[in-house]
Design a binder for this molecule. Structure first.
Ligand code: F6R
Length: 614
């Protein structure tokens, strides 16, 4: 959601802050703003729209030079994306500037209380109440950190807050509850941000903040306490990737760069997690094997693309472990009162590790006694911290709002987990596990082959750029691939796109088929002949009704050729490995269509990455 940064140090704070915001703009781009302290007063610029609008405002009226600054990119919740609603919010007495990510659920009574006390609000946001409360407390003589703690104790909901006081240059105070915040520790300078990408240019030393903690930051020090002022434990870590990973490196879009990074991302996710004989070694899984043997149900919980990765994983996990596996949309999970026992294993998938719906599902599962394993791409994020164990996907930062390498690496990590469970529970022989592991390890060069041969997909996109609707069909693991193909197209090309199980079409959706509508079909590998042949019948059914069939089929599948208006060849892999190669052309098709339509591929309308509100 929103991107937050704060800086204290010798550099020009407004420059550090704006550059940090640029690196986090994927988190929200409805408006942006900066506040710095100069000559005992706040200097603030904020503008609706993307950071370029803020740049223009700052070019007309440059921000004062300062050693202390905060900045924010917003994804609007309360109040539209206007200049007034943009952060930072300044307290009525002009002392405190504050930025907020999250939702303050009890803002209405707090606002009424402040208004009764004579405060005039300048925005429609929930966030401004925190600025006003903080301004009032420091005016009454409270120390900024004490004031922050007392304000936090009055707020309900999810929040990261960062504040500066005009009377105290060289200091900022931040707090978090259910919303991300990391501290960047430099040499004579310190940072706070929603994401390490904001400060990776200056330091790789970071500190994870825990739940309900306040951090007091100056040039030379960082002090962490809980909301009652007691010293609190925090966890230092080193960021393992560098600035180049957070830059486009010559690509037009982060999304395209991330599509091309997939062979490496999948290889890195597998690296070091299996032995030469193909047996699994998931050292990071600190759940005793004896406990894993008692598991009688797995529930995979995730949102969006991660949910589709979970759908793929279900087929593999059930097949390899014979444990019943459900897949559930995180935002629905706790509201249906799921049956959870201490023998239930909940597996959550989250690229960002901060998705609020997934986090709440984890908390519910753990309260009910389940063990939770997180599969996550972001070191030290809230979801892995609140889980019993974590398997990190080593995809590197994913910055394009539409998830690509997140999906492939989540599938790969789920497969590692599934094979590990099969090993521990002995539902597969060691040589069988070794054979599947070798297939998985052989996938990255095959993804590379798909990318090397992707050109015709770009031409296909050019041909269909004006189409209004696209359908995607698949069966078995091809079905979630179809859903993912449709989601990508909706998200970034704003097209009507739907994914269906190919067999379900005749039960209703076939009525959508009209002349020349492009229909993508993921054809399962041959060998599972019933499945393969049935999909070929499904292709014929839509073709007979005038569809333009785009067929993704393995190398030597000649049976499909007569029914394909466009044929894309996939490397020959087993059924369960096919999603890892078949998703790639669908990602690229969406990226191309959106580019050709002139849309902002990395920052599609209405969306933001890392969805930290429920
Ligand atoms: C789709 C997309 C979203 C995310 C979803 C979960 O391209 O990016 O659907 O997959 O919001 O996000 P994470 O994986 O960060 O929990």
């Amino acid at each position: 959601m929103c991107g937050i940064i704060g800086y204290v140090g010798p550099r020009d704070a407004s420059k550090v802050v704006v550059e940090g915001l640029r690196r986090m703009e994927y988190r929200g781009y409805d408006s942006a703003g900066v506040a710095v302290i100069a000559d005992g007063a706040l200097d603030v610029r904020k503008k609706a729209g993307k950071i370029t609008n803020l740049d223009a405002a700052a070019a007309d009226h440059p921000l004062a030079a300062s050693e202390t600054g905060i900045g924010h990119t917003r994804w609007a919740t309360h109040g539209g994306p206007t200049d007034f609603n943009a952060h930072p919010h300044v307290s009525a007495n002009g002392r405190v500037a504050l930025i907020h990510n999250g939702i303050i659920e009890n803002f209405a009574p707090l606002r009424a209380e402040l208004e009764q006390g004579g405060v005039t609000f300048r925005s429609e946001t929930d966030s401004e109440v925190a600025a006003q409360l903080l301004g009032r407390a420091v005016a009454d003589g409270a120390d900024l950190a004490d004031a922050m703690r007392s304000v936090c104790n009055r707020l309900h909901g999810a929040f990261t807050l960062v504040a500066i006081d005009a009377a105290e240059p060289g200091r900022l105070v931040a707090a978090r509850r259910n919303s991300p915040l990391v501290v960047g520790v430099g040499d004579g300078e310190n940072f706070v941000a929603s994401d390490v990408a904001a400060f990776i240019e200056f330091t790789r030393q970071a500190i994870e903040l825990g739940q309900d903690q306040v951090v007091d930051v100056t040039r030379d020090g960082v002090t962490v306490t809980d909301f009652d002022g007691r010293p609190a434990e925090s966890h230092p870590f080193e960021v393992t990737w560098d600035l180049s990973a957070a830059e486009k490196q010559g690509y037009d879009w982060f999304m395209r760069k991330e599509i091309y990074e997939q062979p490496q991302a999948v290889a890195d996710t597998l690296l070091g997690r299996y032995n030469e004989d193909g047996s699994l070694k998931l050292d990071e899984l600190h759940i005793p094997e004896a406990e894993l043997r008692t598991i009688d149900k797995i529930i995979i919980v995730a949102c969006g693309t991660a949910y589709y990765a979970g759908m793929v994983a279900k087929y593999a996990i059930e097949h390899w472990t014979r444990i019943a596996c459900e897949v559930e949309i995180a935002s629905e999970f706790r509201y249906r009162d799921p049956i959870i026992t201490p023998r239930t294993l909940v597996v959550t998938l989250s690229q960002s590790g901060e998705t609020a719906d997934t986090l709440m599902a984890i908390r519910h599962a753990r309260e009910q006694g389940a063990k939770v394993i997180a599969i996550c791409n972001t070191n030290g994020a809230t979801i892995p911290r609140e889980s019993d164990a974590v398997i990190y996907t080593h995809a590197g930062p994913e910055i394009g709002v539409a998830s690509t390498k997140g999906f492939l690496t989540q599938v790969a990590a789920c497969y590692l987990l599934g094979l590990y469970l099969a090993q521990v529970r002995e539902t597969k022989f060691g040589d069988e596990i070794g054979a599947i592991m070798s297939e998985l390890a052989a996938v990255p060069p095959l993804i590379q082959r798909v990318l090397d041969e992707i050109e015709p997909i770009k031409q296909l996109a050019a041909k269909h750029v004006e189409t209004e609707s696209v359908l995607f069909l698949g069966r078995h693991v091809g079905y979630p691939v179809a859903l993912e193909g449709a989601l990508k197209l909706k998200e970034i090309a704003y097209l009507h796109a739907e994914g269906f199980p190919a067999g379900e079409l005749k039960h209703g959706p076939i009525a959508l088929v009209e002349n020349q509508i492009p229909i993508f079909v993921v054809v399962p590998p041959q060998g599972r002949d019933q499945l393969h042949d049935k999909v070929i019948s499904n292709i014929q059914e839509v073709r007979a009704r005038g569809a333009f069939t785009v067929v993704l089929a393995e190398d030597d599948d000649h049976e499909v050729t007569p029914y394909a208006d466009f044929l894309f060849r996939l490397p020959k892999v087993s059924t369960l490995m096919q999603p890892l190669v078949a998703t790639v052309p669908l990602q690229m098709f969406a990226c191309e269509v959106a580019s050709l339509k002139g849309y902002d591929v990395d920052q599609p309308r209405n969306l933001a990455k890392s969805v930290t509100v429920e």
